[in-house]
Design a protein around this ligand. Sequence first.
Ligand code: SAH
Ligand code: SF4
Ligand code: F3S
Length: 436
Amino acid sequence: MSEPKKLFIKTYGCQMNVYDSERMAEAMGAEGYVTTEVVEDADMVLLNTCHIREKASEKLFSDLGRLRPLKDARPDLKIGVAGCVAQAEGAEIQRRMPLVDIVVGPQAYHRLPALVRAKGPQVDTDFPPEDKFDHLPERRALRGPTAFLTVQEGCDKFCAFCVVPYTRGAEVSRPVARILSEARDLVSRGVREITLLGQNVNGYHGEGVGGAWTLGRLIRALADVDGLDRIRYMTSHPNDMDDDLIAAHGDVPQLMPYLHLPVQSGSDAVLKAMNRKHTRDQYLRLIDRFRSVRPDLLLSSDFIVGFPGESDADFFDTLDLIRQVGFGQAFTFKYSARPGTPAAEKAPVEAAVADERLQVLQTLITEQQRAGQQAMVGRDVGVLYEKSGRQPGQMVGKSDHLHAVHVDDPVGKVGELVRVRVLASGSNSLSAVRIS
Ligand code: SAH
Ligand code: SF4
Ligand code: F3S
């Protein structure tokens, strides 16, 4: 038998891309490819790209430049570009970097095997009418006891700064039956925690028994899957929250006490200019509703500083919102003008000012994150072991609140869900001992 061909995949960007990379690996697996971590060994290199900020996009071209010597030495090495830069720039990528054989968008990657078999440069950035998930092989590329499961794709929100509606297309939800069967299949392969993914996951409206289901209803059905111990979801939008999803946080024990709910800014003027379509107050009231059903909910968010027109007063409003809410963690970004988006037409905030705001914001978020971790010390929490730690006798996993936890546990095994007592809080993780 000949050696299997080897595929190297590099994933940039969000969790949806991580999921897509796994599915592309599975699609190529059906063609006889196995994955490799060593780029020099690869017969095919696939870069699954992100377009969200300028820096993320430019990373692709520097990485392609670094692949040139490999391609020169082995002209039969296939190089593919997938993901959101592929969708946004299409054939332009090959004009700029002729070493690229294949450009494939996020809605067309079920056709990747055919593109690889074809001769000459290939570009496929269609939004084909068929559902790509119907044309993909079974899940195989699992990362242990946790898995991502995309349930919704695309975005109709058109925030003034964001490329996602253009690269991922309109909001589409996968049918309930397919999601449940993928979840059961994952659980039968040892998965105990599933994170439901979507660019606007709480806008989920997939076809199910009796019509369109909401995310809350889907979560309740998943909670009935035997062996699925933990459910999470991301990313959600404040405007798509409904009573049932909020209630689920109070009455579905498998739904973990963690919510990533991006707000971007605490200033009404900036929120309006961003086209977020909600006010600061509406966000704060929403948080209150979540906390009334689940007081220990850990909140996470995304923030952009330096959005065009953001004044000092607007920025102070953001800091004030953060102080009011108290986040367990958050992602902070400096605004990046993206070609084709409405905000890119406006005059930017001075770079030095935006840099300073980012610093101040990060300092505040770090303080809150530390305080949130410190508050866990002495408490008993659930941890799902994902791997062994660097120290002997140590296991590493995530708590219910998604804190990374190092646990002293010489008999622990990957995939075990255990109770631990938190002993100390480090800069980015907790340490604990097993109590069950
Ligand atoms: N659908 C999700 C987020 C998708 S992108 C949502 O609406 O929340 C992830 C984050 O990247 C966004 O929440 C935003 O904070 C940030 N982001 C998006 N476009 C950006 C831009 N042009 N510049 C800086 N940050 C951006
Ligand atoms: Fe982008 Fe806004 Fe859609 Fe999120 S909701 S993906 S930030 S357009
Ligand atoms: Fe990036 Fe596309 Fe995700 S732009 S953040 S990879 S949806």
